[in-house]
Design a protein around this ligand. Structure first.
Ligand code: TXA
Ligand code: MG
Length: 349
């Protein structure tokens, strides 16, 4: 398949291009597009054949449901009942990086929700994304626009790397401003439960309802018989080509430990990548060092995370050593993604 690739800007959206992409969605095709969290791979959420193409293009397991993206607050056609707490979350955080799980209506086909009785709904903040949904005239089902298991794309180039030749259209735009996928909240249960941490943090959600909590499965290693509430949580995710190890503890000790491990790996003839921060990057003199940004600007760390994980792929790196982050605020989302990319290989010192 020939993929058309066009770069747009959120500030000066070319309506002709948006209408062309919207028409592709409406007629059953696949369009990758930017959002404020990560790039999405979109299809008409109400069209069984179109949604099936998403699973094929990504190599995604069929039991992993998709979330649907809307351009306005009228979600009644797709969901049965919107509890007050969900309404309040929508009012405060939409458009923005949070997905709300609600009971679905029959209009949403089983292939979209992986036969669950519920569906995740999100209104993205990104202007290109919302314009595309309006132009398509249908809700857009969109997982992250990566090959399944790989780090999510936060820039157009990563989308092209993963999906060129597999989709009809790649709409480029600015790099994603948050860089981690949306927070997912299950609003079919009381109290509301966070199934995936994101840029809308636990602390922010507690301001809506103090009882909101994070599903314990989010932070710990899945066990053999583990049945997660968000089916996606059971799969290996966000993995660059080389294995990742996280080193957690007092930052000075972490730097010393990583330097010691690097020497050992080099002795074994291995090429080592180090994921550091602006505060520590000068402390490593061997290995290929990439900084996620300053710890004092934690939002930059989440914004750069997936791009840095992907940056090691073309460097023949054998092992990636990564500093840990504190699990508060958006740090919870960062550590959730890092732990999964490392397959929970964490060294606590
Ligand atoms: O930020 C985002 O949410 C991005 C952009 C493109 O909007 N999308 C995204 O989609 O991250 P995806 O498919 O990569 O991740 C969706 C996650 C999966 O882990 C899936 O299992 C979970 O949401 N999920 C979807 N529907 C669900 C449902 N009805 N109940 C529980 N979990 C659900
Ligand atoms: Mg994904």
């Amino acid at each position: 398949m020939k993929t058309k690739v066009v770069m747009l800007s959120e500030k000066t959206i070319d309506e002709n291009i948006i209408n062309e992409a919207g028409s592709i969605i409406k007629h059953g095709g696949l369009v990758a597009f930017p959002t404020e969290t990560v790039y999405g791979l979109g299809a008409n959420a109400l069209d069984v054949d179109a949604v099936t193409k998403i699973f094929v293009a990504k190599g995604r397991p069929q039991d992993n449901p998709l979330i649907i993206h809307v351009a306005d607050y009228d979600i009644e056609p797709y969901v049965k009942d919107v509890p007050l707490v969900a309404k309040e979350i929508m009012k405060r955080f939409w458009p923005g990086p949070i997905t709300i799980i609600l009971e679905k209506t029959d209009l949403v086909p089983g292939v979209t929700s992986a036969n669950l009785p519920t569906v995740g709904v999100r209104m993205p903040l990104n202007n290109i994304a919302r314009s595309l949904i309006r132009a398509a005239g249908v809700p857009i089902a969109a997982p992250s626009a990566n090959i399944s298991g790989r780090p999510s794309p936060t820039d157009m180039k990563s989308c092209v790397d993963d999906l060129n030749g597999k989709v009809d259209f790649i709409l480029g735009g600015e790099n994603s401003i948050f860089g981690v996928e949306s927070t997912i909240v299950d609003c079919t249960v009381s109290p509301v439960c966070i199934l995936r941490p994101g840029a809308i943090t636990l602390e922010m959600l507690k301001d809506v309802d103090n009882d909101i909590y994070i599903d314990p499965a989010v932070l710990s290693k899945p066990t053999g018989d583990f049945k997660p509430k968000a089916p996606g949580m059971k799969y290996r995710h966000y993995a660059p080509k080389a294995p990742v190890k996280i080193i957690d503890g007092d930052i000075n000790k972490v730097v010393a430990k990583i330097n010691e491990m690097v020497l050992n790996y080099i002795e074994q003839g291995k090429k080592v990548g180090i994921i550091a921060t602006d505060e520590t990057k000068e402390s490593y003199d061997k290995g290929t060092v990439a900084s996620l940004g300053a710890r004092s600007h934690i939002d930059d760390i989440s914004k750069n995370l997936f791009r840095v994980l992907r940056s090691f792929d073309n460097l023949d790196i054998d092992i990636i050593l990564c500093e840990a982050f504190e699990e508060i605020g958006v740090g919870t989302a960062i550590m959730n993604r890092l732990k999964k990319s490392a397959g929970f290989d964490i060294l606590k010192i």
